[in-house]
Design a protein around this ligand. Structure first.
Ligand SMILES: *[C@@H]1O[C@H](CO)[C@@H](O)[C@H](O)[C@H]1NC(C)=O
Ligand SMILES: *[C@@H]1O[C@H](CO)[C@@H](O)[C@H](O)[C@H]1NC(C)=O
Ligand SMILES: *[C@@H]1O[C@H](CO)[C@@H](O)[C@H](O)[C@H]1NC(C)=O
Ligand SMILES: *[C@@H]1O[C@H](CO)[C@@H](O)[C@H](O)[C@H]1NC(C)=O
Length: 412
């Protein structure tokens, strides 16, 4: 049995590999070999193609997943990080966030710098709340406030009077003043008078407000106010920086937020919010909220819009100034740092300083000017006491004046 098996085994190899093969058999082998080679080649090319597919999948993953993750995270965070305060309808269902605390008169209303949410006052507001009422809010589209609505059923202006609010260009100072008036004076009816405290664009809104609604305002505190002639200084260095650098960089962050890249950049530490320099002093939620806002396209597009419409804002403000000056009984205090921004190029800071000086000498010659040494536009949170202390003094003076008036009225 074993012998026959061995023979069979031996027989098979010789019949395949032996020299006694027929030519047709040889050709068939060649064919087999070439078809095998072909298969290998196919498999190899399939491998390359497979890699290509994987790469494509990876790229699609990169393109789809971050926006998706960002969107999912935004949904979660908008609930968790909503600041204290209430949303008030200021007309047509548009809601703005207002947060007030403390008791006493006057009511201090804080208006944030260009493109910043009310978080900018995180270190100022609680200190003021200890001795009087203080309110912070988010301008339209910024932070947790709605963007202005466009009513498409409005038609082309034939019924202008029925809806005058929609005629006004959103994201310009005039509209911001009207919004603020609706918010603090009508919708939420805060106790008057107001001490309006604004920084940069917020300071421009405060001055505008004091001209339009002078009976509601007892004082102005302007912190690094955005002056309407800053674009004219030194051959327009600011126009170049504003429209050529600042607006495009906000637009880039906005685009990055929409495709989810901004979130990655923040997570990896490439991108930081302005208040991150005082992160140790901040409530953890404020740090998280600032990061959230940097990933939130709606907020960022409003930041872009506030900057983009600055020409219109300045021209509205110039008109307002020629029509009306600030009432005599409204006190004006100007607080500036040594620079606009210490990290910005010298020519920009120089032009800024000139425009601030013009504002003080030409518009507010009787104002009280305070220079915060070592301060720049970040002084709201880096040197918050330099803001809180002057406000405390103004409130104290106003109160003692009120008391004196009451005493006079009693004795006469
Ligand atoms: C748009 O305007 C029309 C006419 O003024 C008004 O009836 C309608 O309520 C407005 N729509 C919204 C969403 O405000
Ligand atoms: C636009 O205005 C014209 C007249 O100025 C008027 O006839 C037309 O109905 C208006 N269109 C709308 C959509 O309101
Ligand atoms: C300032 O004076 C105007 C009249 O010139 C008056 O209407 C307004 O109520 C006064 N404001 C305050 C805060 O006293
Ligand atoms: C604003 O005005 C300046 C000239 O004063 C111009 O160079 C710039 O392009 C304008 N920007 C916009 C967005 O209108």
């Amino acid at each position: 049995m074993t012998e026959t098996r061995q023979r069979k085994k031996e027989k098979n190899p010789t019949s395949e590999n032996g020299n006694d093969q027929l030519p047709s058999e040889k050709q068939e082998n060649k064919k087999k070999l070439s078809s095998r080679l072909l298969k290998i080649k196919e498999a190899q090319s399939k491998g390359v193609f497979g890699h290509f597919l994987t790469l494509c999948k990876f790229l699609i993953f990169l393109a789809v997943i971050p926006p998706f993750l960002n969107y999912a995270a935004l949904q979660r965070e908008s609930e968790a990080l909503k600041p204290d305060g209430e949303l008030y309808d200021i007309g047509w269902g548009q809601k703005l966030l207002l947060s007030c605390q403390g008791k006493g008169s006057p009511t201090v209303v804080l208006d944030a710098p260009t493109g910043m949410s009310s978080d900018a006052w995180a270190l100022v507001a609680p200190k003021i709340a200890k001795y009087t009422r203080v309110c912070i809010y988010d301008r339209a589209g910024i932070g947790f406030s709605d963007r202005p609505f466009y009513n498409s059923t409005e038609g082309n202006g034939s019924e202008k009077k029925s809806n005058y609010r929609n005629r006004w260009t959103p994201f310009t100072a005039e509209r911001m003043v009207e919004d603020l008036h609706q918010l603090i004076s009508r919708s939420s009816d805060q106790p008057k008078p107001f001490l309006l405290v604004g920084a940069e664009l917020g300071a421009l809104v405060a001055q505008f407000y004091a001209r339009m609604f002078e009976s509601e305002v007892m004082g102005l505190v302007l912190i690094n106010p955005l002056s309407e002639d800053v674009f004219q200084q030194d051959n327009g260095v600011w126009i170049h920086s504003w429209f050529g650098h600042m607006v495009p960089s906000f637009q880039t962050i906005q685009l990055g937020a929409a495709i989810g890249i901004t979130r990655l950049a923040i997570m990896m530490g490439y991108l930081q919010h302005p208040m991150s320099r005082v992160v140790d002093l901040l409530d953890d939620n404020i740090d998280k909220r600032q990061k959230y806002l940097m990933c939130y396209p709606k907020h960022l597009s409003s930041v872009v819009d506030e900057h983009h419409f600055m020409n219109e804002t300045f021209s509205q403000f110039r008109t307002a100034k020629t029509i009306k000056s600030i009432a005599r009984n409204i006190s004006v205090t100007v607080i500036t740092g040594n620079y606009y921004d210490e990290q910005m190029p010298g020519p920009l800071n120089k032009a800024w300083a000139k425009s601030e000086q013009n504002l003080i000498t030409n518009t507010y010659p009787h104002s009280h000017h305070i220079v915060v040494n070592g301060g720049d536009r970040h002084l709201l949170y880096e040197k918050s006491d330099a803001v809180v202390e002057p406000i405390r003094k103004i409130v104290k003076q106003w109160r003692s004046k009120q008391n004196a008036n009451i005493d006079n009225a009693k004795s006469s």
